[in-house]
Design a protein. Structure first.
Length: 384
């Protein structure tokens, strides 16, 4: 049994992991690299792509699914397995596919072959995001996907008392010293402060993700929110929202439904005294209209609030560097501290941190820092 890192270890983007067993060959995720250096695609040969039986998707973000068209161009003929929401978010055609929810509910053993089975659960990262625990040829392998136990918006089936010979675990925030709980408290304090000062806030956010966490945070302090058409469509198109979204968010959406962005912009321009929050799904502010809104917000003594990583060339980074935007992280991943806490609550033989480009090192021999292109025998993972 072999694990090959096709992308995602010691780098940020193109998350992709190849498992080669006696009974099957499959890929977990096929993402694009966010950074512009080198090839944006997973490091896979055409032969490896053609031989794939399955592609399992953890969720719909581009750094996990963006290379799927490239896989098809290079001969992929396998079956894609994902949740209904993940399939709905893809903007390209899929050939053979299996909807995860139709195979079985979270925690149920699902058999795809005599020596190939798996379980899945919600990972708390976005609507449709999941973790997988595979058993292949008697070897147990866990992929957490992007994992967040303390989301304000999304439900998580927490990984507890689970056995795995090898676990590939989200560690995107690396050495960040915060924690999800403290971070959430700080964010709510930020929102409360904005309300007390009647300050307007502008949130450029990514698609299908932390926007709903922020929306609930604004609801917790009774700041009215206004969302763009894309975010509204995403929200309305969530399949089985009661399954994916937390009760607190569902209650807030029913009692205080968000207004349309145009109405919020009109109120902003009129100079109303109350605090409000505007949302657009353009986290880097590449769209000209969104950049104009950010400049308007700044001129009216409002604040642009950035909650995730900024690309170096983006307008979001320019605003942050010139002190015309605030940065306050809302945890949608794990850092080292939270990764180690997850390890302590389970029985993992070896652990591979992924999704972090920071140089990492660990005293624990069971935590292996790998890079794209590494191959390991899972029977002896301590020797890459």
């Amino acid at each position: 049994m072999e694990l090959y890192i096709a992308g995602g270890c010691s780098e940020h983007g193109r998350n992709s992991f190849l498992i080669k067993g006696d009974s099957c060959s499959f890929l977990v995720d096929a993402g694009l690299m966010k950074e512009k250096k080198g090839s944006p695609y997973p490091v896979l040969s055409k032969e490896e792509i053609v031989l794939l039986d399955y592609l399992f998707l953890t969720h719909s973000h581009n750094d996990h699914v963006g290379a799927i068209p490239w896989l098809y161009e290079n001969g992929f003929q396998g079956t894609v397995v994902a949740t209904r929401n993940t399939f709905a978010m893809l903007n390209f055609p899929i050939g053979k596919k299996i909807v995860l929810e139709e195979l079985g509910e979270p925690g149920k053993k699902i058999r795809l072959g005599e020596r190939f089975s798996f379980k899945w659960g919600r990972s708390g990262h976005c609507a449709g995001s999941v973790w997988y625990r595979f058993v292949v040829d008697d070897t147990r392998i866990l992929f957490t996907g992007d994992y967040a136990e303390h989301s304000l918006a999304y439900r998580c089936d927490r990984i507890r008392r689970m056995k795995a010979d090898l676990a590939v675990v989200d560690c995107a925030y690396g050495t960040d010293s915060g924690s999800a709980k403290k971070n959430r408290k700080a964010f709510l304090s930020y929102a409360e402060n904005a309300k007390e000062k009647n300050r307007k806030l502008f949130f450029p956010i990514p698609s299908n993700g932390r926007g709903l966490d922020i929306l609930r945070a604004m609801g917790e302090v009774h700041v009215p929110s206004y969302i763009g058409a894309h975010m509204r469509k995403e929200l309305e198109n969530i399949s089985d929202p009661e399954f994916w979204l937390k009760r607190g968010l569902m209650r807030h959406l029913q009692e205080f439904p968000p207004g349309d962005l145009d109405a919020g912009l009109e109120e902003l321009k009129k100079g109303g005294k109350r605090s409000l929050a505007l949302f657009v799904t353009d986290s880097q502010l590449y769209d000209e209209e969104d950049r104009e809104t950010a400049v308007l917000m700044d001129s009216l003594n409002g604040r642009v609030c950035l909650t995730g990583k900024q690309n170096p060339e983006s307008f979001a980074r320019i605003l942050l560097n010139s002190d015309r935007a605030d940065f306050i992280r809302l945890f949608t991943h794990q850092n080292i501290k939270e990764m180690k806490k997850l390890i302590s609550r389970n029985d993992f033989g070896y652990v591979i941190p992924y999704h972090c480009r920071q140089p990492l090192s660990f005293d624990e021999k069971e935590i292996l820092v790998l890079k794209t292109g590494d191959r390991i025998r899972i029977s002896d993972p301590g020797k890459p």
